[in-house]
Design a protein around this ligand. Structure first.
Ligand SMILES: Nc1ncnc2c1ncn2[C@@H]1O[C@H](COP(=O)(O)OP(=O)(O)OP(=O)(O)O)[C@@H](O)[C@H]1O
Length: 303
């Protein structure tokens, strides 16, 4: 279990993480989402004791990570897959980590097998593709067989097969009862493997709920209508209480009334319809709407 209590980190005038309080539970894959610069990496670094909080606490199993002897047995992490000595083999890299954490060499072969790197184990990491480096980083995180796992943007650079593989790994690890906290700035990466979502923007908590709950809230139906008389139809729909937004391609996106009602209304006014389609907002669209204000802020800030 991961617990953040009023966790805050400031860099000069920037508040990277702002009074974050949340609990990440075992047995789930929790997606940690937010636009670029939202504070995800800083939060994960504070959890691992790599960055000191300005105030508040971040604990793993009730203890600060830096107070845990042999930390890899308590929490494994992949923060930056590029952060490996290129001259070493994958096996030598993992063996050195195992030694410094008081673990037997047998774990090295086990985790190499778990991530599908058996055949490449004795090749130099410098020659690895990004996908292979990601696998090696995941092997390192699993080395201590820890109950808590943290991953920062682990899908970056993976091909579709790698993405599918990693999703399955995450689900399996959560099914074993572990706590998985996985950051991403893309909802699409998380919606097929996370069952819980934590969303932050500008360092602040925006949402902390199940994926099913988020999907139910997000899934508002919109009707796309195409007509040669958009102005008359817009007037009639607005009078009926709908919200009408013209799409760039000439269609009207209508919220607040059903497709049946639009059809009946158009028929009554003898307005021809060339398309009448109900569509549900994707989770990605809902996520972008949720964080839009924070993205704009970030863009202004970085100018
Ligand atoms: N060492 C640092 N010194 C100064 N500012 C920092 C430092 N680390 C992070 N920040 C700032 O804190 C904010 C949050 O950054 P952070 O990297 O945690 O966000 P993120 O959500 O992980 O973003 P990304 O998806 O781009 O990695 C940003 O405004 C960033 O510029």
């Amino acid at each position: 279990m991961i617990e953040l209590r009023s966790l805050t980190r400031r860099y000069g005038r920037t508040t990277a993480v702002d009074d974050l309080t949340l609990t990440v539970r075992p047995g789930h894959v929790t997606g940690f989402l937010g636009p670029n610069g939202a504070g995800k990496s800083t939060t994960l670094r504070m959890l691992l004791g790599l960055t000191a909080p300005t105030s508040g606490t971040a604990t793993i199993g009730g203890v600060r990570f830096r107070d845990l002897p042999r930390g890899l047995r308590h929490a494994g992490a992949l923060l930056d897959a590029g952060d490996v000595h290129g001259g070493r083999s994958a096996r030598a890299h993992l063996a050195a980590l195992a030694r410094s954490n008081g673990m037997g060499r047998h774990r090295v072969d086990e985790v190499l097998g778990q991530v599908g790197l058996d055949d490449a184990a004795d090749r130099r990491v410098g020659r690895f593709s990004l996908g292979m480096r990601q696998r090696l980083g995941i092997a390192a995180a699993l080395l201590g067989d820890p109950p808590v796992l943290l991953f920062d943007e682990p899908f970056n650079g993976l091909d579709p097969e790698g993405v599918r593989w990693l999703r399955e790994v995450f689900r399996r690890l959560a099914a074993e009862g572990r706590t998985l906290f996985v950051s991403s700035h893309l909802m699409g990466e998380m919606e097929h493997c996370a069952d819980h979502l934590v969303v932050i923007g500008r360092g602040r908590l925006i949402a902390d709920e199940s994926l099913a709950g988020f999907a139910a809230r997000a899934g508002r139906a919109e009707v796309v209508v195409r007509t040669p008389e958009p102005a008359s139809l817009t007037t009639a729909l607005t009078a009926a209480g709908a919200t009408v937004r013209p799409d760039p391609d000439g269609a009207l996106a209508v919220l607040g009334v059903t497709a049946e009602r639009i059809g009946d209304l158009a028929l009554g006014l003898r307005i021809p319809l060339h398309q009448l389609t109900t569509r549900t907002a994707s989770l990605e669209e809902a996520f972008m709407e949720l964080t839009a204000a924070d993205v704009e802020y970030a863009t202004r800030e970085s100018r």
